[in-house]
Design a protein around this ligand. Structure first.
Ligand SMILES: [Zn+2]
Length: 416
């Protein structure tokens, strides 16, 4: 008898925790447009259960309910469920090649107060020192509301140790930089670090072009090409976290030397350096962004040589995308950075080349190729969302089961 009773209590508690977690997730992802009725449909719960969940989350300081815009229908005014403005805050950090950026992200996922601190060099002590300064300042402001720290790094992160072991743009090679530890976060609060492309794929799934999409292939090009394949918001990181080094697939047709030491890598024929070279300009990794922007601007104004250069890069980009579509069969391909610029400049060339490079099964209906919705903010947004995901999984661990029936405790009046 006691066993049955214990199991029943445990199940009730588990159900309540699961529903609280799912409800808070829904409110977080809804951008302030969620009604009680919509929440009930999403969770498959009765009005009474929704009423109880709303009451619980409000009492925990996680939720606020406001009168929404009039629907024109008679009856009680519709209310919208909003994340509390005083709820937990995630601090997101991006360690890029030229700067460190930090932002505070509250429930609802809005990226607020982005601060940028320029890097004078890629030396590890300098980069870590700058990052620690901006992070510590932000943590002091956020105080006890901080629910964790998410870090996006423009480098390769070993998923087994969380150390950064390469960051070509910073000049880090064959290193093992414990960024989380050096930032003073080890053990202090929940922290997650990952490659910016993996986190951008998460961001596009939660807040960008891939909302509701099953499998998304995210590709970011600038100097080099990287990316991530995410399935239902989970990036495929591989054994050590190395997955997504798409720029080094041997898809280049000219056999050009690559920064990785290989030859014929895809990125040598499609990135910003390649676009500058195709237009007859010489560019270094440091000057490639400006040179590529110049070529794209001249192509837009109709200069034939620049136009030809852009189309050549677009064809190479499309060819590689076609190969990746054959391998991964994604629902959607999201292009960011220089990739999005080339897609905008020569969409038909990219699409035609992609279609031609896929296996016949894809040629009739290849997945859509779209530009990123989040642009340069993808890393920060994704870093924050991974921490929120962990928070929603664990926040209610200690919540006991309700002692009274939810419907008796919290009648769900006014739900529409
Ligand atoms: Zn390479």
């Amino acid at each position: 008898m006691s066993i049955i009773s214990g199991a029943s209590t445990s199940t009730a508690a588990d159900l309540r925790r699961t529903n609280l977690s799912r409800a808070l997730r829904a409110v977080h992802g809804a951008r302030g447009r969620l009604t009680r009725a919509e929440l009930g449909r999403e969770l498959g719960c009765t009005r009474a259960t929704v009423g109880a969940l709303v009451a619980d989350l409000t009492a925990m300081g996680l939720l606020a309910e406001t009168v929404a815009a009039a629907t024109g229908r008679r009856g009680r005014p519709t209310t919208a469920l909003l994340p509390s403005a005083d709820g937990p805050v995630v601090v997101a950090v991006e360690i890029a090649t030229d700067a460190v950026r930090v932002a505070s992200v509250g429930l609802g996922g809005h990226l607020g107060d982005v601060e940028r601190a320029a890097l004078r060099s890629g030396a590890v002590p300098h980069v870590v020192g700058v990052a620690r300064d901006v992070l510590d300042r932000r943590l002091a402001v956020v105080g006890p509301r901080c629910a964790g720290v998410g870090i996006a790094v423009h480098g390769v992160v070993d998923r087994t140790t969380s150390a950064v072991f390469a960051a070509p743009g910073l000049g880090w090679a064959d290193v093992e930089v414990d960024v989380v530890g050096l930032l003073g976060l080890a053990g202090a609060r929940w922290a997650h670090i990952d490659n910016v492309a993996h986190l951008s794929a998460v961001a596009e799934t939660v807040r960008g072009r891939a909302r509701g999409v099953g499998t998304v292939l995210f590709l970011h090009a600038a100097v080099g090409v990287g990316g991530s394949l995410a399935d239902r918001g989970r990036p495929l990181r591989g054994r050590r976290g190395l997955a997504g080094e798409y720029g080094h697939l041997p898809l280049g047709e000219q056999g050009l030397p690559c920064r990785c030491g290989g030859r014929g890598c895809w990125e040598t024929e499609v990135d910003q350096v390649a676009l500058a070279r195709a237009a007859g300009l010489s560019a270094t990794p440091a000057t490639a962004a400006a040179a590529a922007a110049d070529v794209l601007a001249r192509a837009r104004s109709g200069e034939p040589a620049a136009r030809r250069a852009v189309e050549r890069i677009a064809a190479g980009l499309g060819r590689g995308i076609g190969a990746l579509v054959t391998v991964h069969d994604p629902d959607l391909v999201v292009l960011a950075g220089h990739g999005a610029d080339v897609l905008a400049a020569a969409p038909q060339v990219v699409h035609d080349a992609a279609r031609a490079a896929t296996v016949p099964a894809h040629r009739g209906g290849p997945p859509p190729l779209v530009p990123s919705a989040l642009g340069v903010d993808g890393g920060l947004v994704g870093a924050a969302e991974v921490v929120f995901d962990h928070l929603f999984d664990t926040l209610f661990d200690a919540v006991p089961p309700r002692t009274a029936a939810p419907s008796a405790a919290q009648p769900a009046e006014g739900a529409r």
